[in-house]
Ligand binder design. Structure first.
Ligand code: PSU
Ligand code: MN
Length: 308
């Protein structure tokens, strides 16, 4: 295993000193945001994790290694690169075998984090059940990963381009705890409100960390989905974002966009249709998730020392 994982010096030292780490994904860099905002955001997210007392480890596949922690230069290279594979569970081994560069989605980042011994991962929004899934069968592998890989994923909910009620139903079926923070409502990525009640609520990093450790003691496989609403000042109210989402979905249908291309296409279209506001909101929510994730990672380390 150690030959497959290549750690940054910072990540290796943090792991051997049992200091808190936060895993970060790379699909948000390569497929989720345009250059150069993608690279700027990746660096700011890492800085936010450090400021909140943890060590960041951005994950990607390069030269047949799963990289746990990237340098500034590597973030830049990844952020500019074209033809980067979008890696989910199904794609990891084939990407490693081919030697190509791959960006990890939520599912693949969870797998890598668990292999590396990292408990907490911060992202923007997970993939979920797409609208029209009853005919397209488009359900993100992120949901199944949450059911089987023991990592706490800090998100701003699921992206509101999805069918959120169906996404919550599938998560319930799979036994994934969906935990809202600071409110009872499940947040909708760009907006704090979705009109849906989250199944669970925990308002402190300490409780979320305790639940993470208790799941291991209960021998429950799978992770936790933390749904942290976007900060007030950055949110796009639902009645503003919903028409843009509908229009973006219509664009996708007209152009016959399917499979892995759907989410990146919709995010890009929303960026255009909101004159960049969707991107500003996305950046703000990822930064806030990084802050919360670092707090949870710190609490996990602290609580493990008290009760191993
Ligand atoms: N969060 C963001 N932007 C993104 C993603 C998450 O703010 O681009 C990515 C994640 O990598 C997630 C993926 O796993 O979108 C979902 O892709 P799909 O719907 O094809 O499973
Ligand atoms: Mn899909």
């Amino acid at each position: 295993m150690s030959a497959l994982l290549a750690f940054s010096d910072e990540a290796r030292r943090a792991l051997s000193d049992a200091r808190p780490l936060v895993a970060l994904e790379s699909t948000i860099i390569t497929h989720g945001m345009p250059y150069p905002q993608n690279v700027e955001t990746a660096r700011r997210v890492e800085a936010q994790v450090r400021a909140a007392g943890a060590v960041p480890a951005t994950i990607a596949v390069m030269a047949s290694r799963i990289r746990i922690g990237l340098s500034d230069d590597e973030l830049e290279t990844l952020g500019r690169a074209r033809e980067v594979m979008k890696l989910s569970r199904a794609d990891l081994a084939a990407c490693l075998a081919s030697g190509r560069t791959g960006a990890t989605t939520v599912a693949a980042t969870m797998i890598a984090a668990a292999l590396a011994g990292i408990d907490v991962f911060a992202t923007g929004g997970i993939g979920g059940v797409h609208r029209g899934a009853e005919s397209s069968f488009d359900i993100s592998a992120d949901l199944h990963e949450l059911a089987q890989t023991r990592v706490t994923v800090v998100s701003a909910g699921a992206k509101a381009i999805l069918d959120l009620p169906k996404t919550l139903e599938v998560l319930e079926t799979l036994g994934v705890p969906v935990i809202a923070v600071g409110q009872q409502e499940f947040p909708a990525f760009w907006s704090r409100s979705s009109g849906l009640v989250a199944p669970l609520r925990l308002d402190s990093a300490g409780e979320i960390a305790a639940a993470h450790l208790l799941r291991a003691r209960l021998r429950l496989p799978g992770g936790q989905l933390i749904a942290n609403p976007i900060p007030h000042e950055a949110e796009i109210p639902r009645d503003e974002i919903v028409p843009a989402i509908e229009a973006a979905l219509a664009d996708a249908a007209r152009q016959g966009v399917v499979a892995k291309a759907v989410t990146p296409f919709l995010l890009q279209r929303l960026f255009e249709r909101t004159q960049g506001r969707s991107l500003a909101a996305n950046i703000a929510l990822v930064l806030d998730n990084a802050r919360l994730a670092a707090g949870i990672a710190g609490e996990i380390v602290r609580q493990r020392q008290i009760e191993p």
